[in-house]
Design a protein. Sequence first.
Length: 270
Amino acid sequence: MISFYSIFFLFTDVTEPLLIEVDKIYHLACPASPIFYKHNPVKTIKTNVIGTLNMLGLAKRVGARILLTSTSEVYGDPLEHPQTESYWGNVNPIGVRSCYDEGKRVAETLMFDYHRQHGIEIRIARIFNTYGPRMNIDDGRVVSNFIAQALRGEPLTVQAPGTQTRSFCYVSDMVDGLIRLMEGENTGPINIGNPGEFTMVELAETVKELINPEVVIKMVDNTPDDPRQRKPDITKAKELLGWEPKIKLRDGLPLMEEDFRLRLGVPKKK
Ligand SMILES: O=C(O)[C@H]1O[C@H](OP(=O)(O)OP(=O)(O)OC[C@H]2O[C@@H](n3ccc(=O)[nH]c3=O)[C@H](O)[C@@H]2O)[C@H](O)[C@@H](O)[C@@H]1O
């Protein structure tokens, strides 16, 4: 069960010490959209390092179990495909994404150091790209961008070359995986993601077909260090958590569309 206090965490600045009593900590903090984390890289790495130290300090003080939501970004621009948890990654330590990628890698290190040195009960999930209703419309990540653009009748902005791939997991599948990891007996790290892999051109074409066949697809410049491929190997999640995703991209996109239509005030044409 997620306790009231665990939920309370979501609204707290983890870079400040927190003096409360809890039995389980879901440490989800840190903006995940590249646009937002690059906007304030110092705050991003502080959240990952100081925030994780504070949450581990709290876990140690009250004897709580702590789950860290790490990320597929720890694999960087992966040279192994699909990515298994044993792959150490290919990460630029001084690039514009490093505040997030290296921040999450340090967070994983801190989790294991507290586990080995202080016996803290830890769980680490490596999350692969997640999408779903209630995402910030201007979040800047690709699925929310394409759906908002399709509904506004604007061009879908595919960042060059468009052959880069991602694997998209629907939010309810992700939440189910995180709860199973927290309640189970394995520390992880465990990949939680949907192995269905798409190029960004394929994603744009799917959004166009499902949501607005009139829109055009436009190629725009990319940003530095964009990973060229990403697909989780979820063997561990299947075997250790009895988990695998249920919702395919084609079924999840319309659920997100429905929510975005309501919030943008764009009803579906009869
Ligand atoms: O959604 C997530 O869960 C992940 O989002 C980001 O990683 P990234 O995969 O780069 O997320 P996006 O910004 O959505 O980019 C995905 C791909 O779409 C492309 N893209 C993005 C935005 C856009 O308008 N058009 C477009 O083609 C990007 O170039 C990239 O290749 C975070 O860094 C991850 O940690 C996080 O787990």
